[in-house]
Write a protein that binds this ligand. Structure first.
Ligand code: AHM
Ligand code: MG
Length: 337
């Protein structure tokens, strides 16, 4: 078959046997995410046309304004996964607590839990800048046949069976991994089909882009300040200075750096000692993707996916990108600690 024209649907079927304990459930789950993503994409694309942007008036668990599209995306993903009875539980960045789903004739037989950030970077919607969805999938750890518990969600990232993101950009793409490399699919909006456009995505080992909100510079730990200085220094071989690129939309910043080579950093600051990003909804799935693409993800000192989560909405400092760049940033962190 000509791989150039392989659709996501065909790819999922062809690669189903790669999944551990394959029963078709994980394939159906990824299919559902693909479906919900199409619906959300449709809404996001017309955000400038209809009165759907702007704060909905609610405040999420982190005390931030929720945008209407956040609410919409949250409902769509939860509803699609719930209706199809594919998972036994869902945790969302937008909800205080996890949701229990019965499924399989109300006897809690489904195997997987999903953690999702339905619309990340949503403050960018008002200015027509890319946003994304991030998802992370685990097998439940508690006994099948019983309702899920918090333990099913507080698993280390290294237990993920799949993770991915959807970037609603100039093109809409799904990029995901099931632990066998990373593949990217681009939506042809005319016919509503995703095609394999970026097979076997790889972070270049080295890169020339650093992505960090330098407006917070004064609050950064010394190691990050020193690393930024290193990025900006001119070298004789022309390797540095690096280029600074920061969209402020995690999915897009990581997506660009994965293609071009770079590092994304959201460190701890004096005001936010654990940084801003959430371990379960943002950092673990991005870390899984990064490692599967040959990159690296750390909290500055330790592998992200080895951190034991203690709460659903836990935040961690995040250093993610080209392997050698993350290692270099860690060296600066170690030196100043
Ligand atoms: P959100 O989940 O509230 O949308 O926040 C996450 C976003 C990331 O997409 C982005 O990398 C970061 O926040 C930007 O934060 P800042 O504006 O502080 O640089
Ligand atoms: Mg987010």
């Amino acid at each position: 078959m000509n791989k150039t024209f392989q659709t996501l649907g065909e790819f999922i079927i062809e690669n189903q046997s790669e999944f551990a304990y394959s029963s078709g459930e994980l394939s159906r789950l990824i299919n559902s995410i693909r479906l919900a993503a199409k619906v959300v994409n449709h809404e996001v694309n017309k955000a400038g046309l209809v009165d759907i942007t702007g704060a909905a008036g609610d405040t999420n668990i982190q005390g931030e304004d929720q945008q209407k599209l956040d609410v919409y995306a949250n409902e769509r993903f939860i509803q699609t996964l719930t209706n199809r009875e594919i998972v036994c539980g869902i945790a969302s960045e937008e909800n205080d607590d996890f949701i229990t789903i019965e499924g399989h004739n109300e006897d809690h037989q489904n195997k997987y839990v999903v953690l999702i950030d339905p619309l990340d970077g949503s403050s960018n919607i008002d200015v027509n800048v890319s946003v994304g969805t991030i998802f992370s999938i685990y097998r439940r750890v508690t006994k099948s046949g019983t309702p899920v518990t918090i333990d099913d969600f507080l698993q280390k990232g290294n237990q993920q069976v799949a993770a991915g993101y959807i970037v609603y950009g100039t093109s809409t793409m799904i990029v995901y991994t099931t632990g066998h490399g990373v593949n990217g699919f681009t939506l042809n909006p005319a016919i509503g089909t995703y095609y394999l456009s970026h097979p076997n995505m790889k972070f270049p080992e080295d890169g020339h882009i650093y992505s960090i909100n330098e407006g917070n510079y004064i609050q950064f730990p010394q190691g990050v300040k020193d690393y930024i200085k290193y990025c900006q220094e001119e070298t004789e071989d022309g390797e540095r200075p690096y280029t600074s690129r920061y969209i402020g939309s995690l999915v897009s910043d990581i997506h660009r750096n994965m293609i071009k080579g770079g590092i994304y950093i959201y460190p701890e600051t004096s005001k936010a000692p654990n940084g801003k990003l959430r371990l379960l909804y943002e950092c673990n799935p991005m870390a899984f993707l990064a490692e599967q693409a040959g990159g690296k993800a750390s909290n500055g000192y330790q592998r992200i996916m080895d951190i034991q989560p203690t709460e659903l909405h836990q935040r961690v400092p995040f250093f993610c990108g080209s392997k050698n760049m993350v290692t270099k940033a860690e060296e600066f962190m170690a030196k100043s600690s």
